[in-house]
Ligand binder design. Sequence first.
Ligand SMILES: O=C(O)c1cccc(C(=O)CC[C@H]2O[C@@H](n3cnc4c(=O)[nH]cnc43)[C@H](O)[C@@H]2O)c1
Ligand code: ZN
Length: 362
Amino acid sequence: MTDHIAAAGSAGTPKDPQDPHDLHPFIAGLPKAELHVHHVGSASPRIVSELAARHPDSRVPTDPEALVDYFTFTDFAHFIEVYLSVVDLIRTPEDVRLLTYEVARDLARQQVRYAELTITPFSSTRRGIDARGFMDAIEDARKAAEAEFGTVLRWCFDIPGEAGLESAEETVRLATDDRLRPEGLVSFGLGGPEIGVPRPQFKPYFDRAIAAGLRSVPHAGETTGPETVWDALTHLGAERIGHGTSSAQDPKLLEHLAENRIALEVCPTSNIATRAVRTLDEHPIREFVRAGVLVTVNSDDPPMFGTDLNNEYAVAARLLELDERGLAALAHSAVDASFLDEPGKARIKAEIDAYTAAWLAP
Ligand SMILES: O=C(O)c1cccc(C(=O)CC[C@H]2O[C@@H](n3cnc4c(=O)[nH]cnc43)[C@H](O)[C@@H]2O)c1
Ligand SMILES: [Zn+2]
C-alpha cells in the first residue's frame, strides 16, 4: 500500500468546487478508519458549549464562536491545559454517554466505518465519576452507534503520563479487571506531555495490559526526539506509534519501523496546532512514505484543532500528491494497521475498492 501511495499522481487544488481535481467530494464519501482520535478531544463546539453552560463555574466559553480563540494554542503545554479544562466539564456518566454517542455521529457523517477512540478513564474516575457508570456509558454509546450509524467503535485506554504512576496503576486496573473491562477495549496507550515523562517507567503497566490481551499504542516522538520512539518500542512493546513525528530524524528508526510494519499514526494538523511542527510543508510525512513506513492519517482532537478526518485526508493528498487511488491506498493502510479482525478488515477494504471503482468509472 505504501508503494501505491508513493506512486500516486497529482492531487490538484482541493478547495475549488469547480476544479475537476477537487478531491474533497471523493474524500467525503470514501469509507475510512480512524486510529488516533481522543474521546474528550472530539467534543464538538456544540457539546462543549452545552456542557460549559451546564457548569458555569468553568472558564470554558459557552459561545461556540468564542471556542475558536479558546482553542488556539501557544504550545503543547497550553494545549494540555485547555484540554483538561474540557475534561473538567464531563462530570456524570450521562455526560460521558452523550459525548461518546455524538463523537460516533460525527465520525459516521464522515463515512468512518471503524474508529479506535482513545479514552482516559483515570481523568474521569479521579474527578468522581464512578468506574462502573463510566464503562456502562461508553459501552451503551458504542452499541447505539453501531446499531444506528453502522460505525464500529473500539477503545484504547491511555495513561495520562504526567499524572504519574498512580494514573498508570488505575488505568491498568480499569483495563484488566474482568468486572470492569469493557467489551470494546482493544488497546492500551500513553498520552499527555512527553518532556519529563520517560516512557520506560511505564513498562510494568504495559506488560500487564499486554498480558491481558491488549495491544500497545503509546504516543511517542510527538514533542520529543526519536529516542522516545525507541523507548516505546523497546520498553512498551509498541505495535503502532501515536504521532512518531521525530522518527524522521533517525534513518535507522525509519528502517526499523518499515521492516517491522510498525505503523505511525500521523496527525498533521494537530502537529501544527500544538506547534510541534512549524508548517505543514515541513511535516515529515513524505519522509515516512519514502522510507516505506506504514503511514496512517488521523485527526487527534479534531474540533480543538479545527479539523476532521476528511480534512486530514485532503492535507495528506496535498503533501503526498495523491489522487483518488492514492487516497484509497491511504484508507487501506489505516484498515491494515487497525486492530479489527481479518474479516472486518476485508469488508471495509472491499467497500473502499468498490467506492473508488464506481467513482472512477467512465
Ligand atoms: O486528568 C488529570 O487530572 C491529569 C493530570 C495531569 C496530567 C494529565 C494529562 O496529561 C492529560 C493529557 C491528556 O491529553 C490527551 N491528549 C489529547 N491529544 C493528545 C496528543 O496529541 N498528545 C498527547 N496527549 C493527548 C491524552 O489522551 C490525555 O488524556 C491529566
Ligand atoms: Zn493523540
